[in-house]
Structures are given as C-alpha cells and as structure tokens.
Design a protein around this ligand. Structure first.
Ligand SMILES: [Zn+2]
Length: 434
C-alpha cells in the first residue's frame, strides 16, 4: 500500500473524517458556487447548515452532466459550478465528450495533486512497485487520463508512454524494454492478443506480468478477464475514474475482487437506482448507478454527480487489508436498454456470451431495432464465432437460453464468422442502432 495509514483505516473512521470534509466543502459551495447556491436553495436548502452532513446527503438533489453544460456561456465556458479564480487554476482538461461538444474540467494545484495521489493509490493496488517498468497506451495528452500518467512516477515506476494505434511499436517496446506491466483499455488488450497471434508473437513469453485495464467496462467480466490473462500470461486488474470527478478513482488489488476507492478522503461514493434516482444502500451485492461527491475539491467541485456507471458493490473484508466498499463496473447507464421492463447492459450480454468460449470469440454487438432505451423483445444480438469454429443452430439456441436465464431478456442470436465484427484499439462499441 502506498499509504497504509490511510488505506487501511477502519471505514467508520474514514466516514467521520469525510463528514468533516463534506461540511467544509458544502460551506465552500455556498460561498463560491453560483450553480450550487441556486440548485440547493431551489431544493429548500439555503445554507450549508441546512444541508446537514453525509448522513443526510441523499436528501440533496443529484447533479447531471447536462445541467452543468446548460450553464456554459461564452463568458464562462466552464459553467456556473466554477468556484476558483483564474489565477488559482493550473490546468484545464477537456472531457472527450461522447455526446458532442467537449466540456472543460479545471483544476487548482491542490486538486491536481489530489488526483495524482488517488490515482497512484489505485494503480499501486494492482501490485506494481518501485523500480518496475510500465508501458502506457493512452493517447491521453489533452484528456483527463493524462493526469493518471503522473501517478506512475508517484508510485516510483519507470514509465514508458507509447499511446494507442501503433501496435508494431508497442510490440517492439515490450520485446526490447521488457516492461513488468502494461496499462491499456480492455478492448486494446484483447485486440493485441489477436494481433500477436497473427504475427506469431507469443505474448505469454513476454516480460509482462501485470495488465492494468481501464477506460471502459470489461476488465472485470470473468470470461473476458480469463481470456486476457490466458492470452498475455499476465494478471489483470482494473481501474476506473470519471473525468468530471477524478482520474483512476478506483483500483483493484491483487485479490481481483472489485476495485478499492483510491480516492478515499477526496471523494464520497453513493449508489442510486438509475431510473428513479432513489438512494440504494452500499451493502454487499447491491447494484446501482455510482454517484460521487467531491470532498476537498476547489476549482469546480461537484455534489452528488451521476457518473452513468452501473456498479455492483462488495463490502466483505479484503485480504489486502484495504478497507471500505469495493465496486465492479457492470456497464454504462448510457448503453443500458430496457426490454420489457428489464434493464439490460450490453457488457453483461458480452459476459454471458463469452462463457461459450472456445466456440465464440467474445466479440458481440447488440442491434436495437428502434431508437431510444425501450426495446421490444426479441433483442437482436450478433455473436462472433471463434477462429475456425463452425456455429450451428444448437449453439445459437444455447446462447439465447443462457441469456434469458441470466439476464431475463429474450434475444435473437445471430452467429457471425470470426473477424466480421469491428475490433477497437481504444474502446469497443457494443451497441449499433439500426
Ligand atoms: Zn483488496
């Protein structure tokens, strides 16, 4: 552990410290944030005292990304949640904006340092240590992920930044520089397994012993993870963040049983039901959308921010000694479809389908027939066969039946030949609207 006195603090004591930070943060918001002064007073809270402490946080309104965007003007392109003065801001990131125009994420020097501390804890949980070499493959310069790169030096690693999209150069660096670890998206990790096979390169014989995957769900899906570990002969752990709140907030330890909150003390985590926004208790096995609150942020702090990440919680003690709830990402609420009242995540479909390896390649695409979230059954799913595998109706039927049992969704499974679904060197697109 990078900071054992912090990371193994009993969770109850952490929450007491967080409650103090939260009250101070609320007072700061009332003092400096035009956005939250208005939002909270509209909801009936006209002072930080009225808003109470962490025990009462679920009474406060949630914050949607859309609301922040709506306050952006030419004079204030960051939005009305900006609290810091221009001279206090040391960096401004752009989030990649899957939905259109980028939005800006400003940081003070202290904010940036807290991001790096949290990120270093999250990545160090994977077991990488001082003196080891790590190759990173994020084209992160302009994006929030760039802040994560500083975490590698903070851990004491020797960092070899390579970026995405030059597989030749990556393979060569792995061969010549002999890194102990690589950090990449799970899609790219899978792409490299196939790519190495085509070049007759044995990744299993490489020096890489750990793969730190982040940037999209998938690294925590058992079958997908097994495929990556088998292909690379390396251990997979995942990390997760959200641009508006912080980079690599969560990181999995060597026990591989969900991600610990590396950003503990800086960020408070809650769960809500995605459709209603009603709070869900962080109990073992609970699922819901992750909602995050800054506790010590200065530039543009957020309160009860909806991350759109749908997670499952584990609260059992972890053998690594880190305390607090752990999460595993099930999917993005943005990708979620509702089929006859049942929430369906494309990444969960992939997880179920991947268990049919070695008959299938693990690549799937869900093809909704109508626009919007609500879909009529059966939901069309294209499932790619493994290389050399000949699928038949019995396999398609078995997959369809397993999906119905596991996810309570009626699908129409179409088997497609190996290599026919698109590969990604960055993040996979699991849904294609017709
Ligand atoms: Zn652990």
């Amino acid at each position: 552990m990078l900071a054992p006195e912090v990371e193994s603090l009993p969770w109850g004591e952490q929450l007491e410290l967080d409650d103090e930070s939260y009250r101070t943060q609320l007072a700061y918001l009332f003092d400096r944030s035009a956005f939250y002064r208005e939002k909270l007073s509209t909801a009936g809270f006209d002072s930080s005292d009225a808003a109470g402490g962490l025990a009462e946080i679920a009474l406060l309104p949630l914050t949607e990304k859309r609301e922040l965007r709506e306050t952006c003007t030419r004079d204030n392109p960051i939005g009305a949640h900006l609290c810091a003065t221009p001279s206090e801001i040391v960096r401004i990131y752009s989030t990649s904006g899957t939905t259109g125009a980028p939005s800006y994420v400003p940081l003070t020097a202290a904010d940036l340092d807290n991001w790096v501390i949290a990120s270093a804890r999250s990545y160090a949980a994977s077991g990488v240590t001082v003196g080891q070499r790590i190759v990173s493959t994020y084209n992160a310069g302009p994006f929030v992920a760039g802040a994560a790169l500083a975490a590698f030096e903070r851990i004491g690693l020797s960092h070899i930044p390579l970026g995405t999209g030059n597989t030749e150069r990556l393979m060569l660096a792995i061969e010549l520089l002999r890194p102990d670890a690589v950090v990449l998206t799970p899609s790219y990790a899978a792409y490299l397994v196939e790519s190495a096979a085509l070049r007759n390169v044995d990744l299993r014989a490489s020096s890489v012993e750990r793969m730190l995957v982040a940037g999209e769900p998938g690294g925590g899906e058992p079958a997908f993870r097994a495929k990556l570990e088998e292909g690379w002969g390396a251990k997979v752990t995942e990390a997760m963040g959200i641009g508006d709140i912080g980079v690599s907030l969560w990181g999995e330890c060597e026990e591989q049983d969900g991600m610990h909150l590396g950003a503990r003390g800086f960020v408070h985590a809650e769960l809500v039901e995605p459709e209603t926004g009603v709070a869900v208790e962080l109990s073992d096995g609970a699922t819901g959308e992750l909602v995050l609150t800054h506790l010590q942020h200065r530039a543009a702090p957020l309160l009860r921010f909806r991350t759109r990440d749908h997670v499952e919680v584990r609260t059992s003690a972890c053998r690594c000694g880190r305390t607090g709830p752990r999460v595993r990402c099930i999917g993005r609420t943005d990708d979620m479809l509702i089929v006859r009242g049942v929430n369906v995540f494309p990444s969960a479909i992939r997880e179920v389908v991947s268990a049919f390896a070695p008959d299938v390649s693990g690549h799937i695409v869900v093809k909704p027939q109508t626009q919007g979230v609500k879909q009529q059954p059966p939901l069309p799913v294209s499932v790619e066969l493994a290389q050399g595998a000949a699928g038949d109706d019995a396999l398609a039927e078995a997959i369809r039946r397993r999906l119905r049992e596991a996810l309570v969704v009626q699908t129409r499974v179409e088997l497609v030949p190996w290599g026919s679904l698109q590969r990604s060197e960055y993040k996979s697109k699991l849904v294609e609207h017709s």
